[in-house]
Design a protein around this ligand. Structure first.
Ligand SMILES: C[S@@+](CC[C@H](N)C(=O)[O-])C[C@H]1O[C@@H](n2cnc3c(N)ncnc32)[C@H](O)[C@@H]1O
Length: 244
C-alpha cells in the first residue's frame, strides 16, 4: 500500500516511544530557529493562500505547526498527518489546549491514504524528510503530497541535509554540536542523541533534494532558509499540468 513512503523512521527515532514524548523540549535545544521556522512558514503562506485555505501538515508531530498556523489564521482548515499514534495524540491535545480543535483534521497514517483530489492550497513537511531513506521513500512522499496540492500551490520543506563525506558537512556538524552545547544540551544526553543521528538520519545533498523535488513534479524550487545542516526549501505544483 505504502511500501516506500510508509516507512517510518529507524528505531533510533521511535516517535511512539520515549523519544516522541520528549520531542518538543529536545527540538527547542537542537534545532536552530525551532518555533521561528513555523512563523517563517506562516509568513510565507499568509496572504498567498486564500482566507479559508486548506493546508496539509505532513508529519505534524506534537502539533507545533498546526497550533502556530491555527492561532494566527483561524479560518484555515488544517489537516495533520502522522503515522505515530503518540504524536497524533499529542497534537490533538495541543490543538485542544489552544482552543483549536474545530475544523481541523488529524489523520494517523500516511499521505497516500488521503483522497487524491488536489484539495490543498499549501503543504508543509517540517523535520520529516531526513528520516526517510533515499530508496524511493523521499520521492514517494513528495509525489504523494504534490498530487494533493492544487495547481500552483506551494510546498515548504525544512530538514537536515548535506553530503556526509564532505569537509563542509563535518565543519557544519561540529558547529551544530557547539550550538547544542550553547543551549545547555551537552554531555551524555547529547552523545546519545548524536548516536541516534548517526544511525537514523538519511542525509542527501542540496543538489539531490532539488532533483527529488523536480522528479516529484514540483517547480519554482528555492532555498528559503539555512542554518548548519538545516535547510528550508520552497517549491510549488506547476500551475497547469505539464507546465513548469
Ligand atoms: C521530528 S517530528 C517533526 C514534527 C513537527 N513537524 C515538528 O517539526 O515539530 C517527525 C514526525 O514525522 C512523522 N513521520 C515519520 N514518517 C512519516 C511519514 N512517512 N509521513 C508522515 N509523517 C511521518 C513522525 O512520526 C514524527 O511525528
Amino acid at each position: 500500500m505504502h511500501e516506500s513512503q510508509g516507512r517510518q523512521p529507524d528505531a533510533s527515532f521511535d516517535f511512539d516511544g520515549e523519544y516522541g514524548a520528549d520531542y518538543r523540549a529536545l527540538a527547542r535545544r537542537v534545532i536552530p530557529a525551532y518555533d521561528q521556522i513555523f512563523k517563517i512558514g506562516l509568513a510565507a503562506l499568509r496572504g498567498v493562500v486564500p482566507r479559508e485555505a486548506e493546508v496539509l501538515v505532513v508529519g505534524c508531530g506534537t502539533g507545533a505547526e498546526m497550533v502556530t498556523f491555527g492561532r494566527a489564521e483561524p479560518a484555515w482548515r488544517l489537516t495533520g498527518v502522522d503515522p505515530s499514534a503518540q504524536m497524533i495524540d499529542l497534537a490533538r491535545r495541543a490543538l485542544e489546549e489552544a482552543g483549536l480543535r474545530g475544523g481541523h483534521t488529524l489523520h494517523r497514517g500516511f499521505v497516500d491514504e488521503l483522497p487524491v483530489d488536489s484539495t490543498f492550497h499549501a503543504a508543509t513537511i517540517f523535520n520529516v524528510m531526513h528520516f526517510l531513506p533515499d530508496d524511493g521513500s523521499k520521492l514517494s512522499l513528495l509525489t504523494s503530497v504534490r498530487a494533493r496540492l492544487r495547481p500552483g500551490a506551494p510546498l515548504f520543506l525544512f530538514d537536515l541535509g548535506g553530503d556526509p563525506d564532505s569537509v563542509e558537512f563535518a565543519e557544519l556538524h561540529g558547529a551544530w554540536e557547539r550550538f547544542m552545547a550553547l543551549n545547555g544540551f551537552d554531555g551524555a544526553d547529547r552523545d546519545q542523541f548524536l548516536g541516534r543521528l548517526r544511525e537514523g538520519m538519511h542525509y542527501v545533498s542540496p543538489a539531490r533534494t532539488e532533483t527529488l523535488l523536480a522528479a516529484a513534479g514540483l517547480c519554482g524550487i528555492t532555498m528559503y532558509f539555512t542554518a548548519f545542516l538545516y535547510r528550508g526549501w520552497r517549491a510549488r505544483r506547476a500551475p497547469e499540468a505539464g507546465s513548469t
